[in-house]
Ligand binder design. Structure first.
Ligand code: UDP
Length: 329
């Protein structure tokens, strides 16, 4: 009998890579997505497999799946600042109500559940690099608050289910992750720069570009998540690459990689944009024997190959996705 796993956000960037990984590991995979920000193109190749099922469903509504379940991975959520601005209520609901529903399902099925949390729980951090025991510096009412606070609530309710109901829970704090299948128009820095370079537009840096990020290639991220799920560690664990770079240096690397002769232009820094971010991954190293393996130059080469393979039409559909038709009041 195959082990059975439910993955929410299955048509999204990380969700679809998780589906691939669990199929490869011999699981029966059930994917759920409401397709607000996800795209079926990311999982099209799995539909022919009998060990894959897909449910078009919004996890903020009651979730039921037939049969037994061994694992649940909750990866449904908008994950870019532009998306939070467009769908703030849905962002709050999927992290709170959605998580509650999935914890309930995990309890009902006696399944182990892993929750996708984020470095955003640290907000604009005053501690650098960020260790798991840092409580964060988050603006609850700013534009990013809908994501940050939903994720913080998500961690609380997950620990409550763990402590009160004895549920087997895992919490991964995901730092900036990139790779093939990122949505070109999601507003995040890597698809933004890639799209601009490929369309022959100037690269837009927000602020002075001295803010830092640490970018993790998707294969490394998925490996870390997989190991955490299979571990016996219930407290949050940072998974990310600790190779830190300023956004300005990063833009210069992308100009070199793509060979574009466009220049850099500067735009206003979005509200509450964190000035620095880099995971302390000592805990992941210690308990999972995990660290990122793929260098930024290698990861960006693979990512560029993906964006280059998109059609002209996809590349020029640069306006943000219209979410309004999906929104259920
Ligand atoms: N950023 C930028 N130009 C863009 C998009 C983003 O300079 O076209 C900056 C953004 O302000 C932030 C960094 O790049 O400082 C990473 O942004 P992203 O949205 O990818 O992730 P997050 O802020 O959540 O780390």
């Amino acid at each position: 009998m195959r082990k059975r796993v439910l993955i929410t956000g299955a048509a999204g960037f990380l969700g679809s890579h998780l589906c691939d990984r669990f199929i490869k590991e011999g699981f029966h995979v059930m994917g759920i997505d409401n397709l607000i920000t996800g795209s079926l193109e990311n999982i099209e190749h799995l539909f022919k497999l009998e060990q894959f099922e897909f449910y078009h469903h919004d996890v903020t509504k009651f979730v039921h799946v037939p049969g037994n379940l061994d694992y649940i991975l909750h990866f449904a959520s908008p994950a870019s600042p532009i998306d939070y601005l467009k769908i703030p209520i849905q962002t709050l609901k999927v992290g709170s109500l959605g998580t509650h529903n999935l914890l309930g399902l995990a309890k009902e099925k006696n399944a182990r559940i892993l929750i996708a949390s984020t470095s955003e729980v640290y907000g604009d951090p005053l501690v650098h690099p960020q260790t798991e025991d840092y409580f964060g510096n988050v603006n609850t009412i700013g534009p990013r608050g809908v994501y940050d606070e939903a994720k913080r609530f998500q961690e609380s309710i997950t620990m409550a289910y763990h402590r009160f109901h004895g549920l087997e829970t895992r919490i991964v704090r995901i730092f900036n992750t990139y790779g093939p299948r990122m949505r070109l128009n999601d507003g995040r820095v890597i698809p933004a720069f890639m799209g601009q370079a490929l369309r022959g537009e100037d690269l837009t840096i927000f602020g002075d570009g001295l803010q830092t990020r640490s970018f993790c290639y998707v294969d490394d991220q998925i490996e870390g998540i997989y190991r955490l799920l299979m571990s016996d560690y219930a407290l949050p664990v940072n998974i990310g690459n600790d190779d830190e770079i300023t956004i300005k240096e990063f833009a210069e690397e992308i100009i070199k990689l793509t060979g574009t002769d466009q220049k850099i232009v500067y735009k206003e820094l979005p509200i509450d944009d964190p000035m620095q971010r880099k995971p302390d991954i000592s805990l992941a190293k210690k308990i999972l024997g995990w660290e990122a393996k793929v260098s930024r130059s290698e990861g960006m080469k693979r990512t560029y190959a993906y964006f280059k393979s998109l059609t002209k039409e996809q590349l020029h559909k640069s306006e943000h996705k219209d979410f309004s038709k999906h929104i259920v009041k």
